[in-house]
Write a protein that binds this ligand. Sequence first.
Ligand code: ZN
Length: 182
Amino acid sequence: MILFTRAHEGRGHWQDRSVNDHDLELLRRAIAISASAREHGNHPFGALLSDPSGSVVLTAENTVVTGRDVTGHAETNLVRLASATYEPSELAAYTLYTSCEPCAMCAGAIYWAGVGRVVYALSEVELYRLTGDHDENPTLTHPCRSVFADGRRPTAVDGPALEDEARVPHIGFWVDGPTDGG
Ligand SMILES: [Zn+2]
């Protein structure tokens, strides 16, 4: 079932793609990983990598708090694992699924790894609505597509999708955020 097709804006070289049932299944797994990250004392973000057949080969949680590492975002953690295992030429056929749109740092990491496609659930703009100017997550609302647009090799992007489900692990987490209304 094709849920929607998103025409990509800007001057990038993405192809129009669609989010299919398998994409949604893997996005839900990424959202479940984001809930696990919260249970483990970190920020609620999760990501996974699928091979060209759609099988999950790697998963990663946010580890910013427990790892005392501000670069410990789920996608950057995943890219560290992926680039230790696969060449960029291989990763061009792989897809990274993430519970939230990659920030500029993670998009850069994804680009350098050569991952060919990104599918995300919650947009950075929606994340900012949840976090506000929270000290632990002063959200960087730069669209990941804008980062990829400046690259020399194509990165396909699909999202947002399943935003209502992706919000759930964030509920009550960013309680100190100024946009939290209660
Ligand atoms: Zn990030």
